[in-house]
Design a protein around this ligand. Sequence first.
Ligand SMILES: CC(C)(COP(=O)(O)OP(=O)(O)OC[C@H]1O[C@@H](n2cnc3c(N)ncnc32)[C@H](O)[C@@H]1OP(=O)(O)O)[C@@H](O)C(=O)NCCC(=O)NCCS
Length: 206
Amino acid sequence: MTPALANLDWPLHTERLELRPGCAEDAAAIWPWYRLREVQEWTTTLSPTPTEHQERWDRGLGSAVVGLSEGAVIAVGKVERQDAWSQTDMKDRATGQQAELGWVLAPAVHGRGLGTEFAAALLDLAFDGLGVRRIEAACFAENLASRRVMEKIGLRLEGVFREDSLHRSGRWLDGMSYALLASEYRAERTAPPLAELAQDRSTTDT
Ligand SMILES: CC(C)(COP(=O)(O)OP(=O)(O)OC[C@H]1O[C@@H](n2cnc3c(N)ncnc32)[C@H](O)[C@@H]1OP(=O)(O)O)[C@@H](O)C(=O)NCCC(=O)NCCS
């Protein structure tokens, strides 16, 4: 049986954050910063009123993860299990095999490495927690901060889609798609650092 986000061991701790599944009450807690223009610039769904924000939040609860610092929710993320594409006769074996990740941080804490720390924890949750075989994440090409987070947690750029995405400013923007396989994630974690390899070679090469 494939584990669901809610059934994992919570809370999860990173160096500076505590992570747990989102709950209905989080909507009100994040509203003061989630509503800000700099956040909604890049969110998929506009939440113009607290009521719409709560409704949208409640719909996504099955895949929502929040990050707390000093008791306050400063990060919201998504680890959404999805079906992989397959030929129809293989559909059963492709069901739930991948996950889409997403992240949004309170502007007050931007630029401190917390976005990267939170996104890396979502990656761990998808691979170690849900056990998916592939994760994907997408963003507007102009969202440099999110692109950098994807690079820093080790995702691979798989596609740049020329003006495929309509931004709420009315502009057609390029979209970018990143991904990583569980096998790559595990290989990366078990590979010794390059510096160690170089040192080993220098002690064995005589
Ligand atoms: C994307 C986001 C989560 C990054 O959070 P953060 O905590 O500021 O990220 P970090 O501090 O970990 O920074 C990650 C990297 O992005 C870089 N970065 C941050 N803001 C940047 C910007 N505006 N332009 C270019 N690079 C930027 C940082 O310099 C850092 O790279 P470095 O270590 O090489 O210097 C945050 O900006 C955010 O919530 N944005 C609004 C919502 C959003 O865009 N969500 C993603 C939708 S796809």
